[in-house]
Design a protein around this ligand. Structure first.
Ligand code: STX
Length: 330
């Protein structure tokens, strides 16, 4: 039997790009913030290369070695960091002074630390939210934007994923998400989860964090459970991820009003931008990317049909690698 995999092709029959080879950080360290947080960062790729910053998802996720492989390491100088409370940043899972505006200040601290004037900003999911918010505050620092699985952090998107939407596609996983919450509290699942994820009882926090994180792990890929990232099962990752996500979501991303990000687009339209979106993204459905594209006709918009939310879906890797190559010419 011939069990070799067929070559990966796009819906147009063109062969697909894959990730750049694995590469090791040139340097890493912890950036002081003047407050309780120390932010872990890495510099990767070519010291004299074109600068970019890579923003991870969640909020509450972490950087990982795959994220640097979307960029040609011989041509880009990449900065990656674990956002406050995340990954190797200290203290882990802390919600203190943890807001979108604080993260934007950290991005600026990192830029100054690395003596970079302007950079390309790359982010998927919450990373796209943070990229847009950073560009809205510091448009003069952004050379180009590469956004995947656009998430505008509106009430509509939160309702879809955490209350009444995605449950229609994943009723089996949804049962597990509902399990820690008594029936009387299920009209406001974000609120019910927030109370548990901020509980002084570590057992209550841990159970809620496991169920919260599993829901996202279960729905993230079109390829099914085999593609679920194993880190969602690690208690330390799950706790930081769930606590920080829920904290940002009950606070509406700390934005001035619902839909604030979309209202900033007029000021960003001069920035060369690539939007990569999956048709079957259940976590951050295409509605947000479409609204962004409609408000921003100059942005290049690439729709990938055979993919879900994960950045590692083959069609998404292909589109993102082509986007970072194209951004070299900006
Ligand atoms: N959260 C979407 C998001 O940014 C609603 C996201 N989802 N999963 C992730 O990020 C990780 C893969 C980084 C955990």
């Amino acid at each position: 039997m011939d069990n070799r995999k067929p070559p990966m092709t796009s819906m147009t029959g063109r062969s697909r790009r894959s990730l750049y080879p694995d590469n090791e950080p040139i340097s890493f360290g912890w950036l002081p913030t003047g407050g309780p947080h120390e932010v872990y960062y890495e510099e990767c790729g070519a010291p004299g290369g074109k600068p970019c910053v890579i923003l991870h998802g969640g909020p509450g996720g972490a950087i990982n070695p795959t994220m640097r492989r979307f960029f040609d390491p011989s041509r880009w100088r990449m900065a990656l960091f674990d956002q406050r409370g995340c990954g190797r940043s200290r203290p882990n899972a802390s919600l203190q002074d943890n807001t979108t505006w604080a993260l934007i200040e950290d991005i600026e601290r990192l830029r100054v630390r690395m003596s970079i004037e302007r950079w390309t900003v790359f982010g998927g999911s919450w990373g796209s939210t943070l990229a847009l918010a950073y560009a809205a505050v510091h448009p003069e620092r952004v050379e180009a934007l590469i956004l995947r699985g656009v998430f505008l952090l509106t009430q509509k998107e939160l309702r879809w994923f955490y209350q009444d939407g995605a449950c229609m596609l994943f009723p089996d996983a949804w049962e597990r998400f509902l399990a820690p919450i008594p029936v009387e509290e299920r009209d406001d699942l974000l609120g019910a989860y927030h109370r548990r994820l901020t509980s002084p009882d570590p057992a209550v926090q841990g159970a809620a964090a496991a169920a919260w994180s599993r829901w996202e792990g279960d729905t993230i890929s079109i390829r099914g459970p085999e593609a679920r990232p194993s880190k969602f099962n690690e208690p330390e990752f799950a706790t930081a991820f769930a606590r920080i996500e829920c904290h940002y979501f009950v606070n509406g991303g700390f934005f001035d009003h619902d839909g604030w990000l979309l209202d900033q687009v007029e000021r960003l339209r001069h920035i060369p931008t690539w939007i990569v979106q999956s048709r079957f993204d259940v976590v951050t459905p295409m509605d947000a990317a479409w609204r962004l594209k409609t408000a921003w006709p100059e942005a290049r918009f690439e729709l990938v049909w055979d993919a879900g939310h994960a950045s590692t879906e083959p069609g998404i890797v292909d589109a993102l690698v082509r986007a970072t190559d194209a951004a070299l010419k900006v």
